[in-house]
Design a protein around this ligand. Structure first.
Ligand code: DHB
Ligand code: MG
Length: 628
């Protein structure tokens, strides 16, 4: 599998782009003409720079408005092409992309276009060059890869081939299986891009909103399966026009790009077992069976405050670490670890971010296999020196530099609590909390696609459409990632400014991390009663909310009263019902949520988020600091 990426896909000048592309492990680059034109160096220098990075130029593009021109435009088009052939020879690439003509003066007709290409093929052949033809989704006469293929077929010249671009095919909802009958050796290069499904002008959509395969909603895997079935084995080249990526980090966008291609081809290879596909060997996407633990780093005072908060939610101090300043709170199947060590990664994380849930532990079938898949996808593994009697828990780096540990039942890992911890023997209390329902991570909006791809490529999860959450100070975008059975539920919240609760949280804690943890229970009213007895202080919800709720859902006034009394929010989807209550803030905006799902409710109470945020903001003093 040969990977490539167009220079337009990332930010920076050509030098920065090439460095980032090479570092991410790509084999080649498409030189986008404008990147070359903006660069102050000769074509030969650019070619050398590319090769010095261990890359090859897979394509020079785009060449516009070539085929079907009436004279005198036609002669001019051939002259222009010859000039670009000169340039290609100097750059050191043999392939040029011609995209379908958009000129109002161009003439239609498959045979006319084919004749132009045959003549160009002759000229290219005399210089050892090749030309590929791509149907732009908004081309004037050719806007469908089937028609572009017909032009290429009739041109009938070995130096003229087809270029496929997943965006143009899928944006027009053309069945990708129509690709299967094209001979693979007539396809000169395959460009890949995804995009969010939005009904809009094709050109604008393509030039501003493309994203990496897997980050959007287009069936890029089906497209690539069809391409693989042709026998095509040339470069897979990302061509991503995206406003956000143009201003993003070249390094991280390149890493995302490589990850998207490896993940895509892994999926394709699994779906098409009869086709030989060269893709790094790795385990299939990892099934998680739940959150085994969440670990906080804190200093003593914060650890004590957190301990009180957890006790007021019915947790018990169940065990202490045998050798470290680490304690375990437990309730139902929930393990909360609080780490106050003065050295090691947790402490470094504390020094940078303050008290935070810096690590989560996921239950998987095979922890080593999980790390192997993550590594194959370019994730960073995490290792820390461990003392005698401690287990080396396989782990990777996650959001905000945090850690994701993996616990399996195959090894000693399943006994980590017994091996590393000494039970306190304290009487265990219980307020009915059973498991972690979801983990919510807050980040800058620009990071969301990165982490979406990270989670969905490593774990067997799916995303649901992004929703907008209204904070009084701005929008926060929320993206759910979950496994089919709900064992793993994550929400990514992307803040666009610092005045929102989410934005304040990442500004004050110096980076993205877990902002809230939701625990599940079976009877939220019974749990609420227990918590009141334990001294838990719920987040107070506006009274107006409940009047509307009753009207909106036609609730029994008695139920509304109970919800109001306990500050419980409510939502419904079909027969499913959802109940949520929140605690007060801890630190710079971290909080706990308690939820009950009834009759298969699948959502996250998104319609309530606005009212929850408003309530949370009321607890923050004008200085911006949460009230003690
Ligand atoms: O937006 C464009 O003009 C454009 C140019 C070249 C391509 O390969 C493409 O897919 C789109
Ligand atoms: Mg293209």
């Amino acid at each position: 599998m040969k990977t490539s990426i167009a220079t337009v896909s990332i930010s920076g000048d050509l030098r920065e782009k090439l460095a980032a592309i090479a570092a991410a492990g790509f084999d080649g680059v498409e030189i986008f003409e404008n990147d070359f034109l903006a660069f102050d160096g000769t074509p030969a220098e650019v070619g050398r720079m590319v090769r010095d990075h261990g890359l090859e130029i897979t394509l020079f593009q785009p060449f516009r408005d070539f085929e079907g021109m009436p004279e005198p435009h036609r002669a001019r088009a051939f002259d222009r092409a010859e000039r670009k052939f000169d340039l290609m020879a100097e750059l050191g690439t043999d392939l040029m992309l011609i995209c379908s003509n958009v000129s109002p003066v161009s003439l239609g007709g498959i045979d006319r276009a084919a004749a132009d290409f045959r003549e160009l093929g002759e000229r290219a052949a005399s210089r050892g060059l090749r030309v590929g033809y791509e149907a732009l989704a908004w081309g004037r006469h050719i806007s469908d890869h089937r028609d572009a293929w017909e032009v290429v077929r009739r041109a009938d010249h070995p130096n003229i081939g087809l270029i496929l671009d997943s965006f143009h095919t899928l944006a027009r909802k053309i069945d990708p299986d129509t690709i299967r009958s094209i001979p693979g050796d007539r396809i000169f290069i395959v460009q890949l891009a995804d995009a969010p499904r939005i009904d809009m002008d094709l050109l604008y959509w393509s030039r501003h909103l493309r994203n990496m395969p897997g980050e959007g909603d287009l069936p890029v895997t089906d497209f690539m399966r069809a391409v693989a079935a042709t026998g095509y084995d040339g470069p897979l080249s990302l061509e991503i026009f995206n406003d956000q990526f143009r201003g993003g980090s070249p390094k991280s966008i390149s890493v995302d790009g490589r990850r998207s291609l490896i993940h895509l081809m892994d999926q394709v290879a699994r779906a098409e077992p009869d086709i030989a596909i060269e893709v790094p060997a790795m385990p299939d996407r990892i099934v998680t069976s739940g959150v085994e633990f969440v670990e906080f780093a804190a200093d003593e005072a914060e650890a004590e405050e957190l301990g009180q908060l957890l006790s007021a939610m019915g947790f018990s101090l169940a065990a202490t670490h045998r050798t470290k300043d680490v304690v375990l709170y437990r309730q139902g199947g929930i393990n909360i670890v609080v780490n106050t060590e003065k050295e090691g990664f947790a402490h470094s994380s504390y020094l940078i971010h303050g008290a935070s849930a810096y690590a989560i532990g996921l239950r998987v079938e095979d922890a080593a296999a999980t790390v192997a898949r993550a590594r194959a996808l370019g994730a960073e593994t995490f290792e820390q020196r461990h003392g005698p009697g401690e287990l080396a828990i396989p782990a990777i780096r996650g959001v905000g530099g945090g850690v994701i540990y993996f616990i399996d039942g195959k090894s000693e890992l399943s006994r980590v609590w017994e091996i590393e911890f000494e039970p306190t023997g304290a009487a265990m209390q219980d307020a009915g909390l059973t498991r972690v329902d979801h983990v919510a991570q807050t980040m800058n909006y620009e990071e969301m696609l990165t982490w979406l791809l990270f989670y969905t490529s490593i774990f067997r999860t799916r995303k649901s459409p992004m929703v907008d959450v209204v904070d009084p100070a701005g929008l926060v975008r929320s993206q759910v990632i979950e496994s089919d059975d709900g064992a793993l539920r994550l929400t990514l919240n992307g803040a666009e400014n610092r005045k929102t609760l989410a934005g304040h949280f990442i500004a004050e804690s110096f980076g993205s991390s877990v902002q809230h943890l939701a625990f599940a229970c079976h009877d939220i009213f019974a749990t609420a009663d227990r918590l009141t007895a334990l001294g838990f202080q719920p987040l107070e919800i506006s009274r107006n909310y409940y009047d509307d709720l009753e009207a909106r859902f036609g609730l029994d006034p008695e139920l509304t009263d109970r919800l109001r009394e306990a500050n419980i929010l409510y939502d419904r989807d079909g027969d499913g019902e959802y109940f949520q209550m929140y605690g007060r803030n801890f630190g710079e905006g971290f909080f706990f949520e308690i939820v009950e799902r009834r009759a298969g409710y699948r959502g996250y109470g998104a319609p309530n988020a606005q009212f929850r945020i408003a309530a949370q903001k009321r607890t923050i003093r004008p200085s911006g600091m949460p009230r003690a």
